[in-house]
Each structure stands twice: as C-alpha cells, then as structure tokens.
Design a protein around this ligand. Structure first.
Ligand SMILES: Cc1cc2nc3c(=O)[nH]c(=O)nc-3n(C[C@H](O)[C@H](O)[C@H](O)COP(=O)(O)OP(=O)(O)OC[C@H]3O[C@@H](n4cnc5c(N)ncnc54)[C@H](O)[C@@H]3O)c2cc1C
Length: 498
C-alpha cells in the first residue's frame, strides 16, 4: 500500500470527532479533512435548529421497507438541489428531555471524562444524582473534543458528501461535495484523498415496517403516523388514542412516557426485539395494554374510519396516532455500490467492523450496533489510524474473510453480527492488541478493558428498571386512590338517596 498522506473523514458526530484525534495523534498525515453536513459537530446529539419535524415528510418513502436514500450525482454538476435532500435532512431524534441511557463514565472516551454537571434542565427522571447526562452535555462534550488542538479548522460544516469514488489510475478517493449557499444555488466541488474514514452513524433514515393500509392512513389523516425520530413531547398526545409500535429503547421510552398521558389503556405493540428481562418492566405499567403486531389498517377520509387490526384478531377503532419506535435503516448513499450490499442492517466485507476487505484505505468507524458506543468508536478509530499510518499490517484477505465467516456462524448474518454485546471485552481487547502501543509518543494509547466499565453499563440498565418499577407502583397507587374516591362518591350518593 502506498503511504497515506491525506485522509477524509465523513461525519463529525462522536465517531468522526474521536477519529480526528486518533489520526492527528499519529503525527503522520499531511492533510486531515472532515466533512459534516450539519452546521456543527455532535451528530445524533444536536437538535434541529428549526425543529420543524413534527411529522416526517415524504411518507411514501419511509413506508417502504428499504427507503431510497440516494441522490443522483450526474456527470455534469446539477444546478438545483435534489428534492430528496429535504428528506435526508429531516431533523434529528433530539427531544427536550432526552438523556443518555448508559452511565456517563461507561459512555465516555478513555481520556476525556464526561463533565460532572447533571441534567442541564434538571428534568432527569432519575433524580439529581442521575448517572445519565442531558443531550446538551453530550453535544458540548463532542464539540469540546474538536475545539481542542485546532481540530475545528479541519472541519467543513454544512457540507454533504454526495459521492465517493476510487480512481483506479491515481489510487485516490474522490469525494463529490455539496454546500448550500444561503438561498442561492448549491455549491458543488470535489476533493481527492488517499484514504477515507466513514463515520456517518446509522440513525438517520427511519425504518417503518411495511403495514397494509398505513400509507393510506397517513394520507387520509396527516399527522396520524409518526416515527420516534419525530417524538418531542407527550403533551401532544394527551387523551388521544395511541398505538406505539416497538419495544426496544425508543418504543419503550415512548410507551412509558405516554402511559399516564394518552387515553387509557395505551396500546403498545410488543414483539420482535423485545427484551424479556430489561424492557419487560416498562410494559408492566398498569395503563399499558400489550398488543401483538398490526396486520392491517383501514381508513377513510369520508367516513372518518381509522381502524387498526392486530394479529390476534382484535381491532382498535378511532385511532388518533400510531408511533413507530422501530429503529433506523443503515444507508450509504454516497457509496452506491456498497450501499446495495447492505443487508439486515449490516455492511458485509468489513474486517473487524472497520476495514473494507477489498480496499482497506476505506475504513468505517461506528458500523456496529448500540452498546458502549463511544468507547468502541475510540478503539476502532485508533486501529484505523495505526493502519493508515503504516504502523500495523492487516492479516491476509483470506483470514479476514474467515473472521467474517466465523462471526456469521456465531452471531448470524443480521443485526446481531454487529452487536458486540455480550462479548464487549473480547472485541475491545482484540482491537487493542491489533492496534498496539503508540511509538515515540505518536498515537493515542488504548487502555485495557476494565471490568468496572461493564459494571457501569449493567448498572445503568438496573437504574432504568428501578425507574420503571417506581413509575408502575406510583401509577398503581394513583389508580387505587381514584377507585377508592369513586367508591366514596357513590356511597355518598347512595346515602343521600336513602
Ligand atoms: C435518540 C437516540 C438516543 C441515543 N442514546 C444513546 C445513549 O444514551 N448512549 C449511547 O452510547 N448511544 C446512544 N445513541 C446512539 C448514537 O448513535 C451514538 O450515541 C452516537 O451519536 C453515534 O455516533 P456516530 O458518530 O457514529 O453517528 P452520528 O451521531 O449519527 O453522527 C454522524 C454524523 O455524520 C454526518 N453525516 C452523515 N452523512 C453525511 C454525509 N453524507 N456527508 C456529510 N456528513 C454526513 C451526520 O450529519 C452526523 O453529524 C442514541 C441514538 C439516538 C438516535
């Protein structure tokens, strides 16, 4: 491999930010450039400045199983912004009360502890000593990482990478870039690099399972179908008849937040990734009615019908809202050939989830499922940086392929392939050994995996279970009191009739 002198990083979220530091600390590269389509760093942890996303636009696209996230880049540079761009920019998942869901110290990078400050708005459901952090603290944490050492100068904000192509003659990667120009035509240009690190996350394009009648419902009753990405505040749903679909992190949080707000009972569709020991507690809320998956929806603008049918043959009429907490679809619109190979929310041919086997000058940081995210990004970033600096070699391609085959045999070929849970330590240590130690002060040092991180990770889940148990108990108490009051009222009434 020819020496790597210039590197492009796509994305300035947590993965991109730590990659900048890992690359810079190798002190080996002439040029590091970061391209970020948002106006500032932070990725998933920055709010939409306009916060206009009450309902996601272009519902037809998100209702299909695999949303089309591609922007055609013609050989002649276009003069107008492709329409679909609107959809790709469609807001963030940030809502005012969002907090981290794992303990701050288990989530932080190894050399940058999370600031001590607790929930900025003091809205934590876990009390003042919450181990979790408000999203604004995470945003500041990522931006601080880039503020040091002049890293901000390396970032081109408001810049979307629309296409990445390898020129086989020069061996360089060419990035086609686009920057909006304040009401005027977008500015398009290209830049070339020896290597590219993709750090774009995978929480952009909402996934909504195909459901007969859903698109019609959305058309007949705009605002009735939403994705958790558009979730902001429970008040909007007060007294409304709501179905929440999904029982992973978002679906559970939304169901629990609505249980005392929406019309009772709240209908929660629970199946699929439902975790019997963890999320189960939230669904034991007395106001939540678990429902099996939706089979069909019938709606009519003329008659006002909005009926949802479930797998067990039951139905629910006059539904006001269906909220899908059904996750996101991985997309890579700027690498169209690779994008086509994405299956079951994983990109095949990535050795150690980082190196594209056919050409390891294309690396990925963050192409893994949730769990210890920030630290995993750090380990991956350091591994990629050491390799691109020419300080370590990768095993031959056949061994890389064998690694992937073995993992498929162990984890399957779907989402669990990218889940490092429960073998976090094994992966962290493997990557650390591969990356090796810094030489002559060059490179970021990776510490040994500490058991305490894992304990912190598990403790966070226990804290959430405690919160749910407390909430359930309080709700039961409220219901008991209400029933007792009603009983008192009716006995007074009866007495007065005597
Ligand atoms: C609601 C929600 C809550 C979460 N809570 C937690 C939590 O508590 N703890 C935890 O560890 N994880 C959590 N996560 C997971 C989250 O994905 C990670 O915390 C982390 O933000 C992922 O970092 P990333 O850098 O890989 O991706 P992102 O944070 O998504 O950043 C990717 C960046 O790439 C940019 N980008 C994408 N495509 C392009 C392009 N073509 N050109 C230029 N720029 C591009 C994006 O604008 C973005 O800034 C949560 C996710 C969501 C959605």
């Amino acid at each position: 491999m020819a020496p790597i002198k210039s590197i492009a990083i796509i994305g300035a979220g947590p993965a991109g930010a730590i990659t900048v530091d890992a690359l810079a600390q190798e002190k080996q590269f002439d040029l590091i450039r970061v391209f970020e389509r948002r106006e500032k760093a932070g990725g998933c942890w920055i709010a939409d400045p306009k916060d206009h996303v009450q309902q996601l636009p272009d519902f037809d696209k998100i209702a299909s199983r695999i949303p089309d996230d591609s922007v055609p880049v013609p050989s002649k540079l276009p003069t107008t912004t492709p329409e679909i761009t609107q959809y790709r920019f469609a807001g963030t998942s940030i809502y005012p009360t969002l907090e981290t869901n794992i303990d701050a110290f288990a989530m932080s990078f190894s050399q940058e502890p999370f600031p001590e400050e607790r929930s900025a708005l003091n809205i934590s459901r876990h009390g003042p000593q919450s181990p979790f952090r408000h999203w604004k603290a995470v945003e500041a944490y990522i931006q601080n990482l880039l503020n040091r050492n002049g890293y901000q100068n390396l970032v081109s904000y408001d810049t979307t990478v629309e296409l990445v192509q390898k020129d086989t003659k020069t061996g360089k990667w060419t990035l086609t870039l686009r920057k909006p120009q304040n009401g005027q035509e977008d500015h398009w240009w290209s830049e070339s690099f020896d290597a590219v690190v993709v750090a774009v996350g995978h929480y952009t394009v909402p996934f909504i399972p195909f459901t007969p009648g859903l698109a019609e419902l959305s058309q007949n009753f705009p605002g009735s179908v939403e994705h958790s990405k558009a979730w902001r505040d429970p008040e909007k749903y007060r007294g409304k008849r709501v179905v929440v679909v999904g029982a992973s992190i978002s679906g559970t949080d939304i169901s629990f937040s609505l249980a005392d707000v929406a019309e009772t009972p709240l209908n929660s569709v629970v199946r699929g990734r439902y975790h019997p020991y963890f999320f189960d507690w939230a669904f034991q809320h007395p106001n939540i009615l678990r429902r099996p998956p939706i089979t069909n929806i019938i709606s009519s603008r003329e008659t006002g019908e909005r009926t949802v049918f479930f797998e067990d043959g039951t139905k629910l009429e006059n539904v006001d809202h269906i909220i899908f907490g059904t996750g996101y679809t991985w997309t890579l619109h700027f690498l169209p050939t690779l994008a086509k190979t994405i299956r079951n929310n994983r990109l095949p041919n990535l050795y150690q989830h980082v190196f594209y086997q056919n050409d390891p000058t294309l690396c990925f940081v963050g192409a893994v499922a949730a769990g210890f995210t920030f630290k995993v990004f750090e380990w991956q970033a350091v591994l990629a940086a050491r390799f691109l600096a020419g300080r370590i070699k990768l095993p031959p391609k056949n061994e890389q392929i064998k690694w992937e085959e073995d993992r498929i045999a162990y984890k399957g070929d779907g989402v669990p392939f990218t889940a490092l849970y429960p073998d976090f330590e094994e992966y962290f240590e493997q990557v650390r050994h591969m990356a090796g130690e810094p030489t002559e002060g060059k490179g970021r040092r990776l510490p040994k995996f500490e058991k305490i991180w894992r304990e912190g990770f598990d403790a966070a889940h226990l804290k959430r279970i405690d919160m749910w148990k407390r909430g359930n108990e309080e709700a039961r108490e409220r219901i008991r009191k209400k029933k007792a009051e009603q009983k008192d009222d009716s006995s007074i009434e009866q007495t007065s009739h005597l």
